[in-house]
Design a protein around this ligand. Structure first.
Ligand code: BGC
Length: 733
């Protein structure tokens, strides 16, 4: 069907939520009055963000600059006392007393470390994710931080890229829901509410599409794919009122993102109406030179600032060259003032002028509180995905068997915290061995490391085998260490590193029942495990409560209900592999001349949306409220879900659509809704979804958004594969 009926209004349907912490008029007049008093140097000073020490200390230079009113913001400086000391220099000793905005990467927790964002996304539980962000905000606020560089909302479809761990996986719809939840959690109902911090959607844009998964690398994607896949979580963040955006390191279709006027100004401000702050990524302004885009520092400053980067992180080209550029006419007064306005506006909205200082007495009582630890444990349990379970071993329950807990990550304190540890401390972490010991009670728990994570030596494997032989059941904890995921942590294979697979094979050869717990920040190739071990639990990097949460799940005190937010391939050569692919003219079939591989199936090992439970669920009676709707109409989709197994558990009912024929090729499936619900054994409930024009619309050939007439298929299931099917028509007026 090529007739296109477009509702271009939908493109700008949802108005942006004003992220106001004070009346707009008031903020704007205060900004203008302050701006009127500022010298050129003071204006550039507000656009400068400098890096504190990794441990949280300010640098001596910060105090000098602050007193002169030349330091707009810092990152990493944290802790109520340290923040207050530096803040005092700005507020009490500078000419205009403009407070400093203290930023920090509070990605999955501040002192209480939560599961990594990819894991949290695997919970498919937006309220739990919002709560996790709110806890992180409360702790960060107590420590004087007022701005977090999160959420990271980059869609990522290449698990070689280490930063896949920081986002919500491969899907724009899941990513958008999680982005909204995090923005709400960090910022709360109003920017400037005590206990909340300003959020930052990063890395704008398409940083996750780096060629071959190499960090910082080139991105070439069509405008269609940008708008359909990479933009939605950013757009959702803007709609949710996110206070800031961060410009990415990568070049996008030939233009470095940190100097790309199209994304920074035309799309972000022009199309989306975003009036918040844009900060560069770490030295990304200076890196315009290495990209071969700017000749020198002055040109880099001019290009970035005039494209729409308001604040420069760490490099100092705005300050070094800004005044000269103003004099030579390279930068306009208007561009400078607009950037300064955005910085001041955020400071006013945050209430920084009224409350510049942190409460040094309150800090200790907030950090790592019992409630926060409980929330982290709950989040970790919700994040875990049971990849395989033949029922012979898990859940362990309360028998009296001896347990051998082996593997390089069994007693590791760093890996569970993942790549962004905030202000987390290894001594706060409950290791998996400790968690199992605490839960095992009178049972004997043996331990051996077996091998290192990436160590080529197989030295300790015999010891682990000996422990396994003395035990009735074996729990092996393997995966990646923390440094293998995150920034600058791309990998060229997705195999278990080092000798870990040899360790598992040796343990398997003992004939003892073996359950494997995986700690990792990306999809791994798990074919041997899938074929050979009876139970496989994806625990990701579960945070400080790793041990308690893993024990909750292994012993059956909690029933795992997480689902994969990203496809697990069978082979690295399948990458990029994602469920929302397009059909091609030759979909995979028996025919040789179809789109597939000679040497590996085209399907993944574990698809997007997949995850098992200790109980079973049945979906039935898929019903649509109509057989046809108008393009601006709505449709209700409902289904019965029943727990047919022996235990209470959580099912994640997922709704996918396919626009069967359209004026531009659509994916074979697109997630459009889900519900995670807990059901008692035998309990049956009806789940209802509503499909709106926003769910059904897509970009047409001319990149305008609308709902096209024709057939739509509907799939409701427990993953992106299979499920119940139906269809309806969209009929033109
Ligand atoms: C990362 C950002 C981070 C920033 C500040 C950069 O290297 O790309 O995600 O927010 O550093 O730490």
């Amino acid at each position: 069907m090529s007739i296109t009926l477009l509702f271009s209004v939908l493109l700008c349907a949802a108005p942006l939520r004003p992220a106001l912490g004070a009346p707009a008029v008031d903020v704007s007049s205060r900004v203008e009055s302050l701006l009127g008093k500022m010298t050129l140097e003071e204006k550039f000073g507000q656009l400068q963000q400098l890096d504190g020490d990794a441990g949280g200390d300010a640098r001596p230079e910060h105090f000098e600059l602050a007193k002169k009113g030349l330091l707009g913001s810092t990152l990493n400086v944290r802790g109520a006392k340290r923040v207050n000391e530096l803040q005092r220099a700005a507020v009490e000793h500078s000419r205009l007393g403009i407070p400093i905005l203290f930023a920090f990467d509070v990605i999955h927790g501040y002192r209480t470390v939560f599961p990594v964002p990819l894991a949290e996304a695997a919970s498919w539980d937006a309220s739990a994710v919002e709560r996790a962000a709110a806890v992180a905000a409360a702790e960060a606020y107590a420590a004087g931080v007022r701005w977090t560089f999160a959420p990271m909302v980059d869609v990522a479809r290449d698990p070689r890229w280490g930063r896949i761990v920081e986002g919500s996986g491969e899907d724009p719809f899941l990513g958008a829901v999680m982005a909204r939840a995090r923005v709400r959690g960090f910022q709360g109902p109003r920017l400037g509410d005590p206990g909340r911090v300003a959020a930052c959607a990063k890395h704008w844009a398409a940083y996750g599409a780096a060629v071959a998964g190499r960090d910082y690398n080139t991105v070439d994607v069509s405008e269609r794919t940008l708008r359909e896949v990479y933009f939605p979580p950013f757009r959702a963040s803007a709609e949710e009122g996110v206070a800031s955006f961060m410009s990415a390191f990568n070049a996008l279709n030939g233009i470095p993102a940190s100097a790309d006027r199209w994304i920074l100004t035309d799309v972000l401000r022009g199309e989306w109406g975003f009036d918040g702050l844009v900060v560069s990524d770490y030295t990304s302004v200076q890196e315009l030179i290495a990209h071969g885009f700017a000749r020198d520092g002055a040109e880099a400053a001019r290009l970035a600032l005039s494209a729409g980067v308001d604040m420069e992180m760490v490099s100092r080209l705005y300050n070094e060259h800004g005044p000269g550029l103003m004099e030579s006419g390279g930068l306009s007064q208007q561009a400078l003032d607009e950037a300064v306005r955005r910085v001041l506006r955020l400071k006013f909205r945050l209430g920084l002028f009224e409350r510049p200082y942190a409460d040094e007495q309150a800090e200790a009582g907030v950090l790592l509180s019992t409630e926060h630890a409980a929330a982290a444990r709950d989040m970790a349990v919700r994040s875990m995905v049971l990849l395989k379970n033949d029922g012979s071993l898990l859940p362990l329950g309360d028998d009296r068997r001896t347990i051998a807990v082996v593997g390089p990550l069994a007693d590791d304190r760093a890996a569970p915290m993942g790549s962004w540890t905030g202000d987390g401390r290894v001594e706060d972490v409950v290791t998996i061995l400790e968690g199992i010991r605490a839960r095992a009670g009178a049972r004997r728990v043996l331990h051996a490391q077996g091998c290192g994570v990436s160590d080529p030596a197989a030295g300790g494997i015999d010891e682990a085998v000996a422990a396994a032989r003395q035990a009735d059941v074996v729990i092996a904890v393997v995966g990646e260490d923390a440094a293998m995921s995150g920034e600058a942590a791309s990998r060229s294979t997705l195999d278990l590193p080092g000798r870990q697979l040899d360790l598992l094979k040796a343990l398997h050869a003992t004939g003892k029942p073996l359950a494997v717990v995986l700690l990792n920040g990306r999809p791994l190739i798990l074919n041997w495990l899938d074929e050979n071990v009876p139970a496989l639990l994806e625990a990701w990097f579960p945070g400080g409560q790793a041990g308690t949460a893993v024990a909750d799940v292994l012993f059956g005190d909690a029933n795992p209900g997480g689902r994969l937010p990203v496809t697990f391939p069978r082979a690295l050569g399948q990458v990029p592999i994602y469920y929302a692919h397009k059909n091609t003219g030759r979909p995979p079939s028996e025919n040789k001349y179809s789109s597939k591989y000679l040497d590996v199936p085209v399907t993944p090992l574990y698809p997007f949306g997949y995850g098992l439970s200790y109980t079973r669920f049945r979906l039935a009676e898929l019903r649509l409220s109509a057989r046809s709707i108008r393009p601006d109409g709505r449709l209700r989709v409902s289904v019965d879900v029943e727990n047919t197994g022996p235990r209470p558990g959580d099912e994640v009912v997922q709704l996918y659509i396919r626009d069967a024929t359209a004026s531009a090729v659509r994916p074979v499936r697109e997630l459009r809704g889900w519900e995670r619900l807990s059901l008692a054994p035998g309990e049956r409930r009806r789940v209802e979804f509503e499909l709106t024009p926003e769910h059904l619309g897509a970009l047409d050939g001319a990149l305008r958004f609308g709902v096209e007439p024709g057939e739509f298929q509907v799939f409701v299931g427990s993953s992106s594969v299979g499920g119940l099917e139906s269809s309806f028509e969209v009929v033109a007026y």
